[in-house]
Design a protein around this ligand. Structure first.
Ligand SMILES: NC(=O)c1ccc[n+]([C@@H]2O[C@H](COP(=O)([O-])OP(=O)(O)OC[C@H]3O[C@@H](n4cnc5c(N)ncnc54)[C@H](OP(=O)(O)O)[C@@H]3O)[C@@H](O)[C@H]2O)c1
Length: 257
């Protein structure tokens, strides 16, 4: 398939959750377009695997083992990237979590089992994590009078989900928080938009059965469960320089909702 050139050559981008799935696809697609990419995630090994792929396209790659729910780690990671490249053009907040399941357990079984800590964990990565990363990167983007922030949320943050209330609620929070940032920082030419995927074939869904994939595909007008690159392509649209769109959310679910 032809690569759409959004003018990423020489741009610098941070991608969180870059070790796998959607974050990895975003990093590789940005690298393909000529961007230098900084890969954020908690574990070093998956980030190194993404780095190997990105390096094939000739740009620079930085690996930042960072937990985005940690304010200090997020800020320090961003300072390190800025020290290397002296600008940060694009931030993609992709990192996310889902509940770990015991063998034989369904997400639905968890509905009423969350305690305060396990409930708030979703918020700490999804909305607090975006908040941390945004606040650290904004002064740099303000200085440049340019920035493109893309937040990966979930369609369940709009439609609701029957299985995990804190996942759904934290994604809804992340969608509206995107709008709050958009309204405040538009004057600095920093745009904030979000992408809400439906089901995507990533390690997060490794516990889903083939029957579940087939069921979701059967409910999807475009006929299949998304691959990570299909989400990344939508994210890239929001990262382009010539953009008069901010505070918007794009559902990328093959037409299911
Ligand atoms: N797959 C789906 O069906 C689907 C649907 C809708 C929305 N989404 C959203 O899409 C995003 C990407 O998910 P995915 O499907 O690509 O899943 P994934 O393959 O599990 O990727 C999630 C990534 O986030 C990183 N991460 C998790 N917690 C982190 C933290 N505190 N700090 C930094 N990095 C962290 C993980 O790496 P480490 O563990 O090494 O940190 C991992 O690389 C998530 O926000 C998810 O909620 C996914």
């Amino acid at each position: 398939m032809q690569y759409i050139d959004y003018g990423f050559q020489g741009r610098t981008a941070i991608i969180t959750g870059a070790g796998s799935g959607i974050g990895q696809a975003c990093a590789v697609e940005l690298a393909k377009g000529g961007a230098n990419v900084a890969l954020f995630g908690r574990r070093q090994q998956p980030l190194e695997e993404t780095a190997q792929e990105c390096l094939k396209y000739g740009g620079e790659v930085l690996i930042m083992p960072v937990d985005v729910s940690d304010r200090v780690q997020s800020a320090e990671g961003i300072i390190e990237v800025y020290a290397q490249w002296r600008r940060i053009d694009i931030l993609m907040n992709v990192a996310g979590i889902e509940s770990a399941l015991e063998p034989g357990q369904e997400l639905d079984d968890l509905f009423d089992t969350f305690d305060e800590e396990s409930y708030l964990k979703f918020f700490s990565v999804h909305s607090w994590g975006h908040y941390n990363m945004n606040l650290a990167v904004i002064p740099i983007m303000q200085k440049q009078h340019f920035g493109r922030v893309v937040n990966v949320t979930s369609v369940t943050g709009i439609t609701g989900q029957w299985s995990t209330p804190p996942y759904t609620a934290s994604k809804a929070a992340a969608i509206l928080q995107t709008r709050a940032f958009a309204k405040k920082y538009g004057k600095d030419n920093i745009t904030f938009n979000s992408i809400s995927p439906g089901m995507v074939n990533t390690p997060m869904k490794s516990g889903s059965s083939p029957e579940e994939f087939a069921y979701v595909a059967s409910l999807t007008p475009l006929g299949h469960v998304a691959e990570p690159i299909e989400i990344a392509r939508a994210a890239l649209f929001f990262a382009q320089e010539n953009l008069f769109v901010t505070g918007q959310n794009l559902i990328v679910d093959g037409g299911s909702n």
